[in-house]
Design a protein around this ligand. Structure first.
Ligand code: GLY
Ligand code: MN
Ligand code: MN
Length: 437
């Protein structure tokens, strides 16, 4: 059996068990619908139901459905309209076709006849996907079981994610080269797209392409079309997709050799990031990796002469949260921020965030097969620095150095990492870059 067939068999087994445990006879999954701007006929970018993409490598297929019943092949109701305004979905092709019962429909409402089964139906999808007599009920007990399991990837899924990392890595190098040549943010973004083979529509999230002070904006959402007079630093957070699976990679570059302080900080962050990646082990509580990050950031602030306080005092007074105000990472897969990050168990109990760390997105104990990001950052964010200046730790801060480093905005380094049963983690990102040299 190939890895996709194995993946499908695993999903069938998990779904049958989840149906039995939650008291349902069949699972219906809606791919989702296209949505339009208010008072307009311009569609938003289609965002498929991740449950649908879990079963099938189809990301641009609104109005399609999957039916899962114990003891049957999955039924795929495949929407393929006769539409001369747009390119309709192609003839169904790929290894999945042989493994399902395929029904092709030309009108969205025709799906209902293939979905109205007897028995108790769990219908997973957005409310807008409802058809006559087929209304999503999204049973929480069933969803909890599925979401908890989804964090651990199958061999097929890991292969897609390796490919997604490879696709992004080559584009990251093209972006770096554009930065080194003095390109604008918009030009760098275009270089990334060309090298990745993606258009903006295909990206798993909007690229963050930031020069100089913009590197301090965590989710910087613009791309300046003007070339800056001086390109000091460059932060790019950009991924790629393969069969619906994402990569999520950040790199920070400096104009090499131009500033000793920033380059030393960058080198220290690189070292800390690699050490944090190595903490991804079966059984480790991910919250501990987040707290370890803060200790490492404190040590860097101290060793680089930015804050003259002990590590303990910095943690006590939450000084590190000024410089790293986000979480160390999250689950990754069908969604960039994959569901299930806060699940203590498969019944939906919540694993709380550590006190004082409201932006951490993953609080679970790591298990083999999980894919997480490790993305420490250290930024000079004006609004947070104003808080620091107004507080008791201000006297310990080397403000002239902070002012100097603020011209570089900040640093984030983000890898996608697989937790393994034994030994160290698999670093999808570093492996992808290494394969390019
Ligand atoms: N690209 C969003 C994130 O790193 O979480
Ligand atoms: Mn990212
Ligand atoms: Mn991320």
């Amino acid at each position: 059996m190939n890895t996709y067939a194995q993946h499908l068999t695993l999903l069938q087994t998990q779904a049958e068990s989840a149906l039995a445990r939650s008291g349902f006879d069949a699972l219906l999954i809606a791919s989702g619908i296209e949505k339009f701007a208010f008072l307009g006929d311009r569609p938003y970018l289609f965002a498929p139901n991740p449950h649908f993409k879990h079963w099938l490598p189809l990301s641009n297929h609104p109005h399609s459905w999957i039916v899962v019943r114990p003891g049957h092949k999955p039924r795929v109701v495949y929407f393929q309209p006769d539409d001369y305004w747009h390119v309709p979905p192609s003839q169904p092709t790929g290894e999945w076709v042989e493994l399902v019962e395929l029904i092709v429909i030309g009108r969205a409402e025709d799906a209902a006849a293939h979905l109205k089964l007897t028995g108790r139906l769990a219908i997973v999808g957005e409310a807008d996907a409802a058809l006559d007599g087929v209304v999503p009920n999204n049973p929480p007990d069933l969803l909890n079981l599925l979401h908890y399991q989804r964090a651990r990837k199958s061999g097929y899924e890991l292969a897609q994610m390796r490919a997604a990392s490879g696709r992004a890595a080559i584009a990251h190098l093209a972006a770096r080269d554009a930065f080194m040549a003095g390109a604008s943010e918009a030009e760098i973004h275009r270089a990334y797209l060309v090298a990745s083979g993606h258009t903006d529509r295909d990206l798993p999230y909007g690229n963050i392409v930031a020069l100089n002070e913009h590197c301090a904006v965590l989710h910087y959402q613009y791309q300046d079309v003007q070339r800056p007079p001086e390109s000091r630093s460059f932060l790019i957070d950009a991924g790629a997709q393969v069969n619906g699976y994402a990569s999520d990679i950040t790199r920070t570059w400096s104009s090499q050799g131009r500033d000793a302080d920033f380059d030393a900080l960058l080198a220290a962050m690189e070292k800390a990031q690699l050490a944090l990646v190595d903490e991804v082990r079966d059984g480790v509580d991910y919250r501990d990796i987040h707290l370890s990050t803060h200790r490492r950031i404190a040590a860097i602030l101290q060793s680089q002469g930015i804050v003259k306080m002990s590590v303990e005092a910095m943690l006590e007074q939450r000084v590190t949260s000024i410089f790293m105000p986000h979480g160390i990472g999250h689950l990754l897969g069908l969604q960039v921020h994959d569901v299930g990050g806060f699940m203590e168990d498969e019944h939906g109990a919540v694993a709380p965030k550590p006190e004082g760390h409201p932006y951490l997105r993953l609080t679970r104990k790591l298990q083999a097969g999980m894919v997480v990001t490790i993305e420490p950052g250290l930024y000079f964010i004006p609004t947070l620095l104003r808080q620091l200046r107004a507080g008791p730790a201000s006297a310990a801060v080397n403000w002239p150095l902070v002012e100097h480093l603020s011209r570089f905005g900040g640093i984030r380094i983000e890898d996608d990492v697989v937790c393994r049963a034994e030994g160290g983690p698999e670093n999808l990102t570093r492996d992808a870059f290494a394969a390019l040299v």
